[in-house]
Design a protein around this ligand. Structure first.
Ligand SMILES: Cc1cc2nc3c(=O)[nH]c(=O)nc-3n(C[C@H](O)[C@H](O)[C@H](O)COP(=O)(O)OP(=O)(O)OC[C@H]3O[C@@H](n4cnc5c(N)ncnc54)[C@H](O)[C@@H]3O)c2cc1C
Ligand SMILES: *[C@@H]1O[C@H](CO)[C@@H](O)[C@H](O)[C@H]1NC(C)=O
Ligand SMILES: *[C@@H]1O[C@H](CO)[C@@H](O)[C@H](O)[C@H]1NC(C)=O
Ligand SMILES: *[C@@H]1O[C@H](CO)[C@@H](O)[C@H](O)[C@H]1NC(C)=O
Ligand SMILES: *[C@@H]1O[C@H](CO)[C@@H](O)[C@H](O)[C@H]1NC(C)=O
Ligand SMILES: *[C@@H]1O[C@H](CO)[C@@H](O)[C@H](O)[C@H]1NC(C)=O
Ligand SMILES: *[C@@H]1O[C@H](CO)[C@@H](O)[C@H](O)[C@H]1NC(C)=O
Ligand SMILES: *[C@@H]1O[C@H](CO)[C@@H](O)[C@H](O)[C@H]1NC(C)=O
Length: 578
């Protein structure tokens, strides 16, 4: 120990700038806080002994990182396991089960993947170094204390779905929330004088597959995601959260009644509309991973009812001509307006030559009324000479409709991708000329090889309790991902240049065609310029104040999260204050 201290002093004397510190003025005294986080290999990186002490304080729940693709490298190589991993790597599943693995290829950065040669070592790269298999608030408090004492980075991971690199970090201690599986239904929850009714308490590790079936078996439905493996109480509801019931109940955040959290200072509190209301406001839509660590939330549930669905496809071939196909796309966008205002949502995919409406969800079981909604779509398309038959199916409840149309598509479509996102204001689609410009920008994106995956919804109803959902949601007709599956067979440099193309060319074209829009912070490009304005808009200043109040030392960092502009990655990947 003394030896280390001497080396430290020697370094300090010899290269004072190598010991990253900065002076911060506080009320009375001047304290020194380090400018950069420690990473493995640094003198100040905790010793094995210190990690073992942390392990004791979390009852043996500390896990040293072993990325799943370890089986593809060096001495741990296992041909069968590696081949299997190659086939599942682009999907959610393998990453879901791992304490440190994540879905976003750009941030995986090939440091340990199943496609690089066996002789390439498995390196941690951007993966967290250690994880705590969190079981309760004490584990989170111990983790927060440890990163504070040792000046290391903290990350929070539930499923690892995040597309913007928010659930990973070089040299981090990760809070792994996956095993918090509480699902408890209550017939009567209250929230101030404004709400009394049923709700469910959902642990941070609960994914929608689990929650949808638990709710279904009790006759309830919850405002969830279209993806069965996203976690309700992780990034989803905290970022806003959209799904097939959004035109009925608004964004998921609009239905949240309470957040059970541990703050950066270690306080275990319940943020509600009438308790820590500023934190409640920020957590409900202001973005995950930055205001506090969430243990669970309570969210409203709604009585399940029969609901209908439909799907339809048209292409340049069925329509007979490429220009007419794009006119039909414009007509289709217009036809969505009455669907969403009657409580429906439409999930659709636009590829170079086809539009696939995967699910037209209509909250109605009277087939006459369902047909009326579907006729609205067919007649708009007939106006441009495109004749379609759309036949609805009715279902006993939400889950059956979801399973019929969406679940299979969601689990069989590769999820590893390059992604940007845009909210499309309703007013643009209501205006014929503006609407054609939107279509033209989409056309340019798909002709450049990107897909466009949208959900049309109406989330305009003001929430019961004010929250930090990005205001542009309220006036938008749809949110669209502009994306491309990550091709692991292509040279890495080619995928990096596709990412550049998205940032430099494709997104600016879409933005130019969608004035007044913005982007859903959970489905967006991590390289988005002016992300504060584009993801948070007018909410940003207040969100930043709340961030500084509840996390004054800025322990919780996530790419593009509120407050993250105070940090930047140095060339070796460590986070440093800017
Ligand atoms: C295939 C796919 C489909 C999707 N479909 C939809 C959809 O239909 N609707 C929709 O709205 N979104 C959708 N998303 C986006 C999704 O909502 C976000 O990726 C969301 O952040 C995922 O949250 P997570 O906790 O599951 O993932 P993670 O990657 O584990 O976490 C995401 C973020 O939340 C933080 N976080 C996680 N847990 C906690 C916690 N307990 N406390 C504090 N911070 C935490 C992480 O630090 C990170 O910043 C989809 C994403 C993918 C990849
Ligand atoms: C933490 O302790 C448990 C139980 O003793 C042990 O199995 C685990 O390997 C330890 N974790 C680390 C990182 O050493
Ligand atoms: C990826 O790894 C290389 C080194 O192999 C590094 O130079 C680069 O900065 C890393 N990129 C990211 C996004 O981490
Ligand atoms: C994490 O903890 C849970 C119990 O909460 C246990 O079942 C599981 O095996 C642990 N996982 C790992 C990887 O240690
Ligand atoms: C449309 O839905 C039916 C189930 O109702 C399904 O069999 C069919 O494959 C779907 N078609 C498309 C194009 O998704
Ligand atoms: C459909 O699009 C493809 C690819 O752009 C093109 O080759 C084909 O000629 C088009 N077909 C029609 C009928 O427009
Ligand atoms: C279905 O809706 C139509 C049109 O509103 C109505 O005339 C009819 O009575 C309804 N049928 C049932 C069974 O409710
Ligand atoms: C629509 O269905 C009707 C009756 O089933 C059929 O006659 C017609 O050809 C169909 N039209 C299309 C475009 O498939």
């Amino acid at each position: 120990m003394e030896f280390l201290v001497n080396i430290f002093l020697l370094l300090w004397v010899t290269f004072p700038s190598a010991v990253h510190t900065t002076r911060l003025r506080t009320g009375r005294s001047e304290i020194q806080t380090p400018n950069c986080k420690n990473i493995p290999g640094d003198l100040l990186w905790p010793s094995d002994y210190e990690w073992a002490q942390l392990n004791n304080s979390v009852n043996g729940r500390l896990i040293a990182a072993t990325p799943i693709a370890t089986v593809c490298h060096g001495l741990a190589y296992n041909a069968d396991a590696c081949t299997e991993l190659q086939s599942t790597w682009s999907f959610d599943d393998p990453h879901l089960q791992s304490p440190v693995d994540i879905l976003a290829p750009y941030f995986q950065n090939q440091s340990c993947d199943p496609f690089t040669p066996q002789e390439t070592p498995c390196r941690l790269g951007n993966y967290a170094s250690y994880s705590i298999n969190v079981s309760n608030a004490d584990d989170i408090q111990a983790g927060l204390q440890f990163v504070r004492d040792n000046n290391i980075r903290l990350t929070v991971k539930s499923t690892g779905h995040d597309l913007l690199g928010k659930s990973t970090g070089k040299g981090a201690l990760s809070l792994w929330m996956h095993n918090l599986k509480t699902i408890e239904f209550y017939d009567e929850c209250t929230s101030g004088p404004k709400f009394r009714g049923p709700c469910v308490k959902v642990g941070a590790g609960v994914i929608f597959d689990e929650l949808f079936s638990a709710a279904d078996s009790r006759g309830w439905r919850v405002p969830g995601s279209s993806c069965p493996t996203v976690a309700m109480s992780g990034g989803f509801a905290a970022g806003g959260g959209h799904g097939l019931l959004s035109s009925l109940y608004g964004m998921a955040a609009d239905s949240v009644l309470e957040w059970e959290v541990v703050t950066a200072d270690g306080d275990h509190i319940f943020a509600r509309p009438d308790n820590h209301e500023d934190l409640y406001w920020a957590l409900s839509g202001g973005g995950p991973g930055t205001f506090a660590v969430v243990l669970s939330l309570k969210i409203r549930v709604y009585p399940d009812e029969p609901i209908s669905g439909a799907n339809v496809t048209f292409s340049n071939v069925t329509v007979g001509d490429t220009d007419r196909f794009w006119d039909a796309v414009t007509a289709f966008h217009t036809s969505l307006l009455p669907v969403v205002s009657s409580g429906g949502t439409v999930y659709f995919l636009l590829t170079q030559n086809s539009l696939i409406a995967l699910d037209i969800a209509v909250p109605e079981s009277n087939i006459t009324k369902v047909d009326l909604v579907l006729d609205g779509i067919t007649s708009k398309l007939a106006d441009v000479g495109v004749n379609l038959n759309i036949t609805g199916t009715t279902h006993s409840g939400f889950l059956d409709m979801y399973n019929t149309y969406i679940r299979e598509v969601a689990v069989t479509t590769p999820a590893a991708q390059i992604a940007g996102g845009r909210l499309i204001p309703r007013a643009l689609i209501e205006d014929a000329q503006a609407s054609r410009k939107v279509t033209q920008a989409f056309r340019e994106a798909v002709e450049a090889g990107f897909n466009i995956l949208c959900i049309a919804l109406d989330a305009s109803k003001p929430p019961l309790f004010e929250n930090a959902v990005f205001p542009v949601w309220r006036s938008s007709l749809m949110t669209c991902l502009i994306q491309m599956p990550w091709d692991f067979d292509a040279p890495w440099a080619e995928m990096l240049s596709r990412q550049e193309q998205l940032t430099q060319t494709i997104m600016p074209q879409i933005e130019a065609a969608t004035p007044g829009g913005g982007a859903y912070l959970n489905e967006a490009n991590f390289q988005q310029p002016d992300w504060q304005e584009t993801f948070y808009g007018t909410n940003y200043p207040r969100l930043r104040e709340i961030k500084d109040k509840y996390d004054p030392q800025s322990l919780l960092y996530a790419m593009t999260a509120v407050g993250s502009e105070s940090w930047a990655a140095a060339s070796d990947g460590r986070l440093c204050r800017v």
